[in-house]
Each structure stands twice: as C-alpha cells, then as structure tokens.
Design a protein. Sequence first.
Length: 325
Amino acid sequence: MHEGNMFVNGDLFRPASLDEFIGFPDVISNLRVFIRSALKRKSPLDHILLVGPPGTGKTSLAKLIAKEMGTNFVAINAPAISKPADLLSTLTNLKSGDVLFIDEFHRLPKSVEEVLMIAMEDFVVDYVVESGPYGQNIRIALVPFTVVAATTRPALISSPLRSRFGITFSLSLYDDDTLRQIILQAADKLKVFITEVAAGILASCSRGTPRIALNLLKRMVDFATVRNTKIIDEQLVMDSLKKLGIHKSGLHQADIKFLRALMDHFEGGPAGINAIASLTGEEPATLEEVIEPFLLQKGLVVRTPRGRILTDEGRRILQEVQNDM
C-alpha cells in the first residue's frame, strides 16, 4: 500500500488553497471577495467568527485565510489563555496583518475578553503594572491584525465580543456526496485507490464530518495494508466497519447508546439531555455538540421543549441495528 514508512500528518489532508476546499461554496465565494478587497485596500481582513460543529473545517479555513492574505498564521487555544498577560504576550508579537486563530473561542475567561475587545477594536491594549495605590495603566499600541475565532457554541460568547466580528460564517455538517468527494481527494493524496462505492459507504458513516471521514479512510488503509491489497473496495469497507463497531447505517456505538437510552428508559421520549447523559456515561456537552447533531441531521431524533424524542425512523434504525447484532 505504501512504499516505506509513511507518517500521515493531519496537514496532508488540509486543502492547499481555497480552490481545493470542498464544501460551503457560498462561504468560499464570499471569502474570496473579502480577501481580494482587503488585498486591494492593503489592509487586514475584518475579524472573522467561524461557527460550526467539531471537525467541519474551521482550522483549515483559518489557515487558508492567512495563506491567501500572505501573512503569518498564529494559533492559540482559548482555555490556555487564563489571564490577560497570556494574551498580551501573543498580541505584542504579532506582525502587521497576521491572522490570530483562537480555537474554542467561547471558553475565553471574562478578564481576557475585555482586553481582547479593545485590541480588536482599536489595536491597543491597556496593561496594569503592579496593583494597589502605586499601580500604573500602560497603553501599548499594536499592529493591525485579524482575529479568526472558531467556536462550537456561539451562544456562550458575549454580545459585545461578538459585535467585534465583521464577518461570521456558519459551517454545518456535510452531506454524504460532499464527504465522498473529500474521501476521494484524500485517497489521491495518500496514493491509494478506493472505489466510488466504497468511498460512498465511508461517507455515510462519517457523521457529516470531514475529520471522521479522513480518520475512517486511514483505518481502511490499515486494513488494506494488512490484507496486502492495493484496492479499498466495498467488501473491505463493510468488513472493516464491522470490526470497528460501526453499523452499515452509519451509526457509531455512541449513537446507538443514545438511541437505546431514549427507547429503553423513556419509551422513545421525551427525555432531557442530562438524563440521557447519565445513562450513556457521556457529558451533556458531548452529546449536544458531537452525538446529537448527526442524529438530528438523519432525522432519528427531534428536539422539543419537553426533551428529545425518538422518531419513527429512529425506531426503525434501532430495530435494524438490534437485528444485525
């Protein structure tokens, strides 16, 4: 399958340009306009907020924005910024036009939010030297820069901070055909052959998420390598998915536990997310951000004011899964 040892770095699968980015054509089209305008004006892009489920391309888009603008890409994770001084160190080291990517943006501490808002608005930071009666407030000028923030939970970002973003893009779960194209593109980069049918099966099992699709493709490469075959076909994929505990419907074990909790303990619902979490052993946030979006997209579960309810399609799929076990 591979010649020699090949370490598959995640960046291998990232699109090298906006032309290579598969999905969200309206987002890409508008982004091209904003980038071209900024380059013509010789000014940084407006700050950009990227909203969407995990693994839908927010980091890849941020990297492409920096590349298209011809600037540096500087990445930090919001939970790692515990105090304003941590942010100040990053901001004062930025060069003009740099893209500052902040992941898990909704987890910024309040004290850091206040500093960042001023920095985004006026490109200055106020820093307090010492404390008490002898404390001094020092204003430090910053070079113009662009914040690209990624979040899965925009409602947790304060309104004043959200208002600092001139551009907001919402990335949703992908449809199966788009995921199939992503899998075929990645297979080409890996120099492995996967049939269209096999790629389609993997796409339907990828929970609407490119990251999962690419991870599944890598596992198929593992199985193919051990089998000493150079072709990833339908049979290999079906056999391998079964070994991975993934049902042909695309449901993973965590999905099945969610559906079973609804069916077995609440007769299909309604049930609150905390109650489902206690039965499945997952955190409520994990269910809401990772598990539930796919089940909603597939029409297996619906949200109501009274809680989650299993749909007729959800009952049918769950019965199918139980019959296959």
